[in-house]
Design a protein around this ligand. Structure first.
Ligand code: FAD
Length: 395
């Protein structure tokens, strides 16, 4: 990736070529915005590794669909029903980040107007007519900057946290084993989601099972909590899970660990950015991760498309605004899980037992009507939610 003859002024700069940065660069390309305008992408890490896997549900795959390594049409929830349930019209998709990085980067590399700087952003100063940026070896200016990461040495950017949500903050932490079993141990077409059959130990914690074949799967223990799950804690539960489910002998091929912030603090309360703003937050910093689920990959793609389309049509740039009631539901759940983590299992098991999976997924996508939301809430431990609502009002 050339750096020698880079222009000093770019139309766009994207800081961070992770999920949101690459989705945005891809959307600018797809909208024809890079045919005669320049883009500089700054990324501190060369990203050749598979540093995470992303899953999302949708009615059709998001392009580039070739990044999808596996999809499932049915979900097994053992506590809710002995038979797997169809997800139709949804599928659950799985992407290895290494595939996503290389496919999107290859598309971008074919565009002569895209330049890459593989260094850490160190400085950032927004001026009236442009933004000045610097890494260790480069200095340049840009008309518009999209930030998915903050510069290491600068305190010039204030809007990273909006301080919403009464300081609510939990970690969604997980430890996953990608395993190979000696004999057939998995139902290849059925994934399992939020399996609470493991010890709760005063936490909210559960298993995911994503099978790639009858003998290969990613089995992941996840915790929603103030304290992150440790590898040692997860090992105990994972070993027990394999034993209890009679999976037989297995070898661990890869271990995936991670932690995702679950907080309303990045939520935007305005629908549009100020017309003269030159700095646009994207990704986690813009509130892309839904506080109650930790999912954000699909939302980052939707936001990238919305931004590219607004730039193309010269209309006001949108934020990642979410309607008030969805922000409220997230806050109520987060405060219940903070105050009484041992009730998490009961809430989620009731939700999955008493609602069609399609309605739950639609609700988590924030596409349900108020009536559908009522149908969901009346079949949950409603007193807990009312108590949480009252304490939110009176504190
Ligand atoms: C392990 C893991 C698994 C996840 N799985 C899912 C999932 O299955 N589904 C889902 O919807 N969401 C998932 N998420 C949540 C979310 O989608 C991801 O965290 C997503 O990668 C966040 O995108 P981002 O662009 O905000 O940050 P990132 O993808 O982390 O990108 C930020 C980039 O900025 C770079 N950077 C940082 N500082 C600098 C600097 N100073 N200069 C230059 N570059 C810099 C970093 O190297 C990084 O590449 C997961 C998160 C994790 C951590």
């Amino acid at each position: 990736m050339g750096t020698a003859n880079q222009p000093l002024l770019y139309r766009f700069t994207i800081i961070g070529a992770g999920a949101s940065g690459l989705w945005l660069a891809h959307a600018l390309l797809e909208h024809g915005l890079l045919e005669n305008q320049t883009l500089c992408i700054v990324e501190a890490d060369r990203k050749k590794e598979n540093d995470r896997t992303w899953c999302y549900w949708a009615q059709k795959p998001i392009e580039p669909a070739e990044a999808i390594s596996k999809q499932w049409a049915r979900v097994h929830q053992h506590h809710a029903s002995p038979e797997p349930k169809s997800l139709a019209p949804y599928h659950y998709y799985h992407i290895r980040s290494a595939d996503f990085y290389s496919i999107v980067k290859d598309r971008l590399k074919a565009c002569k107007n895209v330049s890459w700087i593989e260094e850490e952003l160190l400085e950032y100063h927004e001026q009236e007519s442009h933004v000045c940026l610097a890494t260790y070896t480069h200095q340049w200016t840009s008309q518009q900057v999209f930030l998915s990461a903050l510069p290491a040495l600068s305190a010039n950017i204030a809007p990273a946290r909006n301080n919403n949500g009464h300081g609510l903050f939990l970690w969604q932490s997980f430890v996953g084993w990608r395993v190979k079993t000696a004999t057939n141990a998995f139902e290849e077409d059925n994934m399992s989601m939020m399996d609470f059959s493991i010890a709760q130990n005063n936490q909210t914690q559960f298993m995911y099972e994503l099978p790639f074949s009858k003998t290969e799967a990613l089995v992941e223990m996840t915790r929603f909590g103030k304290e992150k799950l440790t590898v040692a804690e997860a090992e105990v539960e994972l070993k027990k899970y394999f034993l209890d489910k009679g999976k037989g002998a297995y070898t661990i091929e890869e271990v995936e660990t991670g932690a995702i912030p679950m907080t309303p603090q990045f939520d935007s309360r305005q629908r549009y950015l100020h017309p003269h703003t030159r700095t646009v937050l994207i990704g986690t910093l813009a509130g892309a991760i839904k506080p109650s689920t930790g999912f954000g990959f699909k939302r980052m793609n939707e936001y990238a498309t919305a931004l590219a389309s607004a730039i193309k049509n010269n209309t006001a740039l949108p934020t990642m605004y979410r309607p008030f009631r969805f922000r409220l539901y997230d806050e109520l759940l987060l405060s219940i899980l903070t105050e009484t983590p041992q009730r998490g299992k009961e809430i989620f098991e009731q939700l999955f037992r008493r609602q069609p999976i399609q309605r739950i997924l639609k609700f988590l996508d924030e596409k349900t009507s108020f009536y559908e939301e009522l149908l969901i809430f009346i079949r949950l431990p409603i007193r807990l939610f009312l108590k949480s609502l009252l304490s939110r009002i009176f504190t």
